[in-house]
Design a protein around this ligand. Sequence first.
Ligand code: TXA
Ligand code: MG
Length: 320
Amino acid sequence: MITPNGTLDTIIRPYDDDAIAEAARRILAGECVAVPTETVYGLAADATNAEAVARVYEAKGRPSFNPLIVHVNDFWEAEEIAEFDRFSQMLAEEFWPGPLTMVLPQNPDSPVASIVTAGLDTVAIRMPAFPPIRDLIAATECPIAAPSANVSGRISPTRAEHVMATLQGKIGLIIDAGGTVHGLESTIVAIEHDHLRLLRPGPIDRTQLEAVTGLEVRDAGEGGIEAPGQLKSHYAPAKPVRLDALEAEDNEFHIGFGDVPGDASLSPDGNLVRAAALLFDALHHAEQDEDSDAIAIAPIPDEGLGAAINDRLRRAAAER
Ligand code: TXA
Ligand code: MG
């Protein structure tokens, strides 16, 4: 329900079958819902629905697009999304379901929306163990994208009240199953052929990762690779990018917005959720367009999700 001042009416429901059914209905309608996992409460959305995922960024007020973790219930669902090698299979067998996230090459046929991975060709995936999130995945039959259910920059929530404290009015439903098991976020590991890279320490420690795979575990940052929260290796289009373009040159593919139609528009009616949802697909499309060797982008207002869109575009324009 939308309240008179335009915010959402946020309800907390204790975890039971009816609450999960309501959460599933909302997720399938493109909403985001807070649900506990064994690590922290997550802000869940259908990972195949780009606009639903854009609403996650909107609710969190994230000033930039940071790729999200995709949650699945079964190994065959994971294989539809990511490509597993021998080592990632070993880790999955040992630690799934549980608090381990793996960064893997994305399957070319993956149904996951490009906004989830922020346009990267890798995907972060995990199989959670906690019943509420598992029930939600089963009820929706979708992979679920879920960052921690807190406003950007605030501590991660381990109880429904923590979610309420920062997301009240921004989401419609919080499923309450009391305190989480681990109380801190999942371990994130990237599998890089002959070694592992620990992108975020968590409940599964490096000795366990080493013991199972026999591979050396290196820290994030060694060798200049990404660290979670501050990815340096962003997806950057292979063509030069020009911002705030009301008109395009002959050699440019023009991405429009609002009154600026362009060759393809992020949203003719100026809807920022829609624009965020289409952003990475539009950049990939413009990059692959054979009739142009540069990209021009219409001005995007710097309010709400527009700030995250502009942050991404400035990086695309700067990274050469
Ligand atoms: O325990 C958890 O992992 C919780 C629960 C809800 O599952 N989720 C969580 O998500 O902590 P979030 O969005 O707060 O953190 C996800 C981290 C980010 O720091 C992001 O940079 C990293 O995962 N990440 C996601 N995809 C990545 C990728 N393709 N490459 C490198 N890092 C990635
Ligand atoms: Mg977080």
